[in-house]
Ligand binder design. Sequence first.
Ligand code: ADP
Ligand code: MG
Length: 151
Amino acid sequence: MKPFELKTSTPEETMEFSKRLGQLLQAGDVLTLEGDLGAGKTTFTKGLAKGLDIAKTVNSPTFTIIKEYRGRLPLYHMDVYRVEDSFEDLGFDEYFDGEGVTVVEWAHLIQEQLPKELLEIQLFHGEEDSRRIQMMPHGKRYEELCKEIFQ
Ligand code: ADP
Ligand code: MG
């Protein structure tokens, strides 16, 4: 399957898109975010949070690895950039199998611990403020989700 793809020209546009995605998310959904520093992973998560009716501002959880926010569903926001040992078990499963939505920045660093089914999202820098957002669904749930948002 080819990845679903869109381009945005501003951070607001990225958040507008991820907000729409956030509105469609369900308990147990897992999304991974990959891309260079500044590509927009946290910006994307901010929009998702809006779509989950989270009032608090989402910030980069770099120093805490996992931050939890309350909304329509809980959001578990992980940034595993500083996880040193990819096999170190920080109890990720409890989040992946939990009542909320999990978003993992730099997810490849804990590749071995990720669930099989998830929505893989990659962000690429373009000229100036443009970003290319690629979404690759792994599993039926995420294929349906991508079809719905890109229809
Ligand atoms: P990451 O979490 O990937 O390191 P951030 O979301 O923290 O990235 O930072 C992305 C930066 O790029 C922010 O300052 C954001 O305002 C800016 N930006 C510019 N254009 C865009 C865009 N089209 N989409 C997302 N972010 C953008
Ligand atoms: Mg970030």
